[in-house]
Design a protein around this ligand. Structure first.
Ligand code: F6P
Length: 320
């Protein structure tokens, strides 16, 4: 490819800027030109396209968010819109495209590849819910941000001898909740993948722990379960213990990316350009079994993953 494009799509994630920087720097070092497409596929359809020389990505590796802006673009699921998007790429001389985002964004990437644009996906989401990879850009920063917030909630929860429900993001996946439950030493974790809706059992556990002398009871609730505020009211009514709900929300998506997110995002961005240079298309860069690899997009979209059983078993055994 002589000219490639790069876009970020779907929910933003800390480390996306490091990936964009790596795409630009790797491609320009190989003599390619890079066009930045702003606001994801929506910006592609609006032809919101800017030149990205190496200097355009200076001073961004440490910043949260994405300098390219992002959007969720449902139109891009329609075949005629995909035809139009491929035409726009051709009009701007974009032969290859790096798409940093989640599964929805990769569907668009697959469609563009079928229309002659070489596409490579890079997994970017705080949710870790992309089956082909053990790592997604932003997850590490998000869990550290949530962990620090939950530590603070624990201080006040203990002082007031309360029950605290903390709702973390993750869409239908419980990865953020599971990691925080272990890292914060939570008394309970409610994960969408294995929630039994047995609120009475939860209430019994709270009463039992209080009897044993626990001063606080932190429940990490995944947003895929949700309803934290009404759950808190029911727990307070049933136990007589003051109960508060905190929904951490979008703070989990912002902030300075961790070292891991900067480094892995940089490697993935660079790998995406290397794949384009090799003439590859319709691939997703992934991290699996300790190595950076790549998969066919359709194959990757059909993969499934589940929460690691040993994490679940051990985290439960640590609650006393
Ligand atoms: O996919 C990232 C994520 O933050 C999810 O955890 C959450 O469900 C969703 O995006 C929120 O989306 P929005 O920013 O559009 O409200």
């Amino acid at each position: 490819c002589k000219t490639i494009g790069v876009l970020t799509s779907g929910g933003d994630a800390p480390g996306m800027n490091a990936a964009v920087r790596a795409v630009v720097r790797t491609a320009t070092a190989k003599g390619m030109e890079v066009k930045g497409i702003r606001r994801g596929y929506a910006g592609l359809l609006d032809e919101d396209i800017v030149d990205m020389p190496p200097v355009s990505v200076s001073d961004i590796i440490h910043r949260g968010g994405t300098i390219l802006y992002t959007a969720r673009c449902r139109e891009m699921f329609q075949p005629e819109v995909q035809d139009h998007a491929a035409e726009i790429c051709r009009k701007h001389g974009i032969e290859g495209l790096v798409i940093i985002g989640g599964d929805g964004s990769f569907r668009g990437a697959g469609a563009l590849a079928e229309r002659g644009i070489n596409t490579i996906g890079v997994p970017g989401t705080i949710d870790l819910d992309i089956a082909c990879t053990d790592y997604t850009i932003g997850f590490d920063t998000a869990i550290n941000t949530a962990m620090e917030a939950i530590d603070k909630i624990r201080d006040t929860s203990t002082s007031h001898e309360r029950v605290s429900i903390v709702e973390v993001m993750g869409r239908q996946a419980g990865y953020i909740a599971m990691w925080c439950a272990i890292a914060n030493g939570a008394e309970d974790m409610l994960l969408p993948e294995m929630y039994d809706h047995d609120e009475q059992a939860l209430i019994d556990r709270i009463i039992e722990k209080r009897r044993k002398g626990k001063k606080h009871h932190i429940i990490i609730n995944a947003e895929g379960i949700g309803h934290s505020v009404s759950m808190a009211a029911r727990i307070e009514a049933a136990t007589g213990i003051e109960t508060r709900a905190t929904i951490l929300g979008h703070m989990q998506r912002g902030g300075t990316p961790t070292c891991k997110d900067r480094v892995y995002a940089s490697i993935m961005g660079a790998k995406a350009v290397e794949l384009l240079q090799e003439g590859k298309s319709k691939r997703i860069v992934a991290y699996r079994g300790g190595a950076f690899v790549d998969y066919d997009i359709q194959e990757a979209l059909h993969m499934q993953k589940s929460l690691p059983e040993d994490y679940i078993r051990i985290s439960k055994s640590l609650i006393r």
